[in-house]
Design a protein around this ligand. Structure first.
Ligand code: ADP
Ligand code: MG
Length: 353
């Protein structure tokens, strides 16, 4: 049974119309940020950022390309759509403050289904201190489209770009890598088994951690705070949405540098490691090319190492080098391999579905 059929009560979108739907989805919103002057209800939201710089980012998610509702619960979809945008603000060392949502839905979706999506969006907004201040609602011919714009703030001097790493800087990553991809592999496997035998119950036992990493990712706002507490500002930073390989290449190309990373230093959770082996995938490949981890990849100057070395949630995985040295991974056996951009891009992902 698919998620969409689980809703017992079903109100058709046509029964309440566009304005009715907007009312249902956005009722009871209370603005919490000083910069949110006016939210939903007029032609525009009004924001006031005074002396802060304003950070703006958008992601567009399309059903069957970026998400699959056969295993993605609608509430998780809303949560994830919001969090991946919040993660981009965090990756600039900023604070997320407002969100604007565009929804396109076909009549396959009920009012209750869209309310589920919104319950996830609201939970993310609550967890990260973000106000939902506007959006647009349209009908689509088929499928669900969610467009999220997140707006945040930062002091000009706090903003961290991708192009400002320096030669000799240490490369750090937060959390662990490859888990979300392994979660996806499990979900895909169970989907295929279900297609072959619809009476089969999905076997998801024992995979809670990697499934959560895929279905309910978090943005690492906590890491920014830990770094602030030590007084260290990264020299460059990016969030890992497309896999470590793709992201380190972005930092290297934009900073006009090379990097040497060490395979043995890559943080990989034990469950990721076990499941990767079960699928006959090299866990290092998962870490490099898996994607959707939403961890932070950042560089800090060597003199700051002492200040951050006791932070458990981050790991030093290498250092920045001259551009001519290339972007390489030193394997456990000591051989050097070039890191190439086999990123987890949207097209690759579609092919795998
Ligand atoms: P307009 O016709 O001026 O675009 P709408 O009727 O589309 O206005 O929207 C009315 C108000 O509801 C606006 O403040 C808009 O930002 C908000 N809104 C519309 N759709 C959504 C949505 N899906 N989520 C949140 N707010 C929305
Ligand atoms: Mg509108």
């Amino acid at each position: 049974m698919s998620i969409l059929e689980e809703n017992i009560k079903r109100t058709e979108l046509s029964e309440i119309g566009e304005f009715g739907l907007i009312d249902v989805l956005t009722k009871g919103i209370k603005l919490q940020n000083k910069s949110s002057v006016r939210g939903i209800g007029d032609d525009c939201a009004v924001l006031n950022y005074e002396n802060q710089k304003v950070l703006v980012t958008k992601d567009l998610l399309i059903e069957s390309v970026h998400f699959d509702l056969t295993y993605m619960p609608l509430k998780h979809l809303g949560y994830k759509a919001a969090v991946v945008n919040i993660s981009d603000i965090i990756a600039m060392n900023g604070s997320p403050k407002q969100m604007i949502i565009g929804i396109g839905a076909s009549n396959r979706f009920s009012v209750e289904a869209l309310e589920e999506v919104y319950s996830g969006i609201f939970l993310a907004c609550k967890n990260y201190g973000v106000d939902l201040v506007g959006g647009d609602t349209v009908s689509s011919q088929s499928g669900l489209v969610i467009s999220v714009t997140c707006i945040g703030e930062a002091e000009e001097s706090d903003i961290v770009y991708r192009d400002t790493a320096k030669k000799g800087d240490l490369v750090f990553v937060s959390g662990n890598l490859g888990a979300a991809y392994m979660g996806l592999m499990i979900l895909e496997r169970e989907k295929q088994a279900f297609k072959a035998d619809p009476n089969m119950q999905p076997d998801l036992a024992g995979h809670d951690y990697i499934l959560e990493r895929q279905l309910k990712p978090e943005a690492r706002m906590d890491i920014l705070q830990l770094l602030k507490d030590t007084g260290v500002k990264p020299t460059a930073m990016i969030d890992i949405s497309d896999g470590l390989a793709s992201e380190i290449l972005h930092i290297c190309h934009q900073s006009k540098l090379g990097a040497t990373l060490y395979e043995e230093k890559l943080p990989i959770d034990v469950t990721t490691d076990l499941v990767a082996k079960e699928f006959s995938i090299d866990p290092t490949t998962c870490a490099l090319n898996g994607g959707e981890d939403y961890e932070l990849l950042f560089t800090i100057s060597q003199e700051d190492y002492e200040k951050v070395k006791d932070i458990k949630e981050i790991a030093a995985i290498g250092h920045m080098t001259e551009e001519s040295s290339g972007v390489v991974l030193v394997s456990r056996s000591g051989t050097q391999v070039d890191i190439t951009a086999q990123g987890w891009d949207a097209f690759l992902k579609k092919d795998r579905q």
